[in-house]
Design a protein. Structure first.
Length: 102
């Protein structure tokens, strides 16, 4: 792999049972839209089997520039607003560069 490394994003958000339908709708719209963005190699959301009020996001981006462009899209900011409103604990977000094996 030449150039900048691909980036894995791991995120999660926990909400209430009452707010889960709104969060699920926003999360699915966000994931489906994100998959169409340049540099998005994978983007998914799943419910945590140990905590059904927690959603887990796994994303893969071609490089940091593609991820930064994703963060700059107005719809991403709108999704972050929904998360901020319905989260019961601070959401998590980790950015992990993929290190090629030699």
């Amino acid at each position: 792999m030449a150039g900048e490394p691909q980036i894995i994003v791991l995120g999660s958000v926990t909400t209430t049972e009452a707010d889960m339908p709104e969060l699920l709708e926003a999360a699915l719209a966000h994931v489906r839209r994100s998959r169409t963005e340049p540099g998005c190699l994978a983007h998914g959301v799943s419910r945590d089997v140990e905590d059904p009020l927690r959603l887990v996001f796994v994303e893969r981006w071609a490089d940091r520039a593609a991820l930064d462009a994703h963060f700059a899209v107005p719809e991403s900011s709108a999704f972050v607003e929904v998360v901020g409103r319905v989260a019961t604990t601070p959401p998590t977000l980790e950015l992990l560069p993929i290190v090629p094996r030699d």
